[in-house]
Design a protein around this ligand. Sequence first.
Ligand SMILES: *Cc1c(COP(=O)(O)O)cnc(C)c1O
Length: 228
Amino acid sequence: MTSPTQTTHPTESYEEVKTRLSEACHQAGRSAGAVELVAVSKQQPWGRIVPVLQARHRLFGENRVQEAQTRWTPEVREQYPDLKLHLLGSLQSNKAEAAVTLFDVIESLDRPKLARALAVAMANLGKRPKVYVQVNTGEEPQKGGVLPTDLPDLLKLARDELGLPVVGLMCIPPADEPPVPHFVFLRQLAARHGLTRLSMGMSADFEWAAKVGATSVRVGSGVFGPRT
Ligand SMILES: *Cc1c(COP(=O)(O)O)cnc(C)c1O
């Protein structure tokens, strides 16, 4: 028996997402490699991740430090030395050191305290994962991300004063609004501050994000199926 939610093998849905992404790039006159696919493996069983690794995908996203630690163990990373991990979720300052240890990119810097904790962790560990500032473009009270009006001050602190390797901006548009205006807004904010990387677009809207300038999209259920 096949359950209706698992009729597609992860490799097929992975290949389909890759195809849709390169078609979106093509339609927008961008090269197929212009947008990285971050496969969001949070809350997915290992059995769905292995086929994607076997398809030679190496870029994954997680939203919890602890879950990521148990999944992407030193043994797994030794087996796949070119693996790259992005942290997408909100990060507590007291987990900054664990995050800097494990992740290659941290996409969720959103407040001064965390910027300071990341700077200390990077100095202690001698490792400098790239950082994105998450912007709460919809100004939703429950959501992580710095408010657009507070972005200049946070960038000043993180980049100029602490010297963090800030490369771009990330956003998660409100679920009940059309995402494209948020993507365009994020792109404008990045341009204003001389940042070149834009992490935007998820399963439901990654093609739109690719068309309006994303440099990476974060696709979970579209690649692996619904989360367990
Ligand atoms: C879970 C998550 C995603 C992936 O969501 P899907 O809708 O499954 O593609 C992308 N970005 C962030 C920040 C997430 O937490």
